[in-house]
Design a protein around this ligand. Sequence first.
Ligand code: NCD
Length: 304
Amino acid sequence: MKHVISSRDFDIETLNRFLKTTKEFERNDGPFFLKPKILATLFFEPSTRTRLSFESAMIRLGGHCIGVADGQSSSTQKGESIYDTIRTVEGYADIIVIRHPIDGTARLASEAIKLNTPIINAGDGSNQHITQTLTDLYSIHKHFGKIDGIKIGYIGDLKYGRTVHSLIHALSMFDDVEHFFMPADSTLDIEEDHIRSIRHQKSHSIKTLEEMMEKLDVLYVTRLQKERYPDPMEFNRVAAKYRITPQSIEKRKEKMIILHPLPRNDEIDKTVDDMSCAKYFDQAHNGVIVRKTLLYHLIEIGEI
Ligand code: NCD
């Protein structure tokens, strides 16, 4: 792969190889570019972790960063198309990372490329968020030493949350993963298209946290995607419906971990943060080494 757009483009060998190399890089504090390279970040939607961890990774590799942190400040405001933006920026950078509110934009961007500059999807609408998925897989693997056989529960916005969509496609490639879905509301349930990719694995719809707590290895919490929810009046009713507290996870397995791609709103009570099962800030930190590995491969080796 020269561009990294979707977890559907990966196979299990590539995922396993990637996790292994990331672990080696983390252990050796490497690698570095021989000659400085430039990363362009084009963010047409807000971001803290994804953009800053990409920039941190690039700088740690010995590279430099340029970018648009806000669509309002680029020429898209003057009506420029993504095609023209990409045809321009590909001449300014060795690699381009793009986030956009419309599903499919990163793929479109990769088709516009003429100069061999790799494109990485940093989230397109409610579709995919592949680098978050690689970070999630790495975080799970780091804790359990494996991914095969894990039981994972997803809670929150399973309809519009791209991190869940991306993650379940990747997990469908591992052996015996079991999925538990607990949407915050019936309007936020996971769609059939995503379930199709895990048909060969066990999956369950769950109504209460207690029902799944004793079984889970990973509790994957997401915020409600207010910006994508169609009815702002209805949103507040839905938003008040779920919250992780120390009491609600009392029945957890000893090694169970809580992941969250962040940002969080009110769905995890702050009193959970100091519990040993709360791994979401470690997960955010793992994003740097994961993105470092990805950038190094695409720029220095030319593919992943
Ligand atoms: C997620 C995203 O942007 O999809 N955040 C992230 O990249 N770490 C999740 C979210 O916005 O809810």
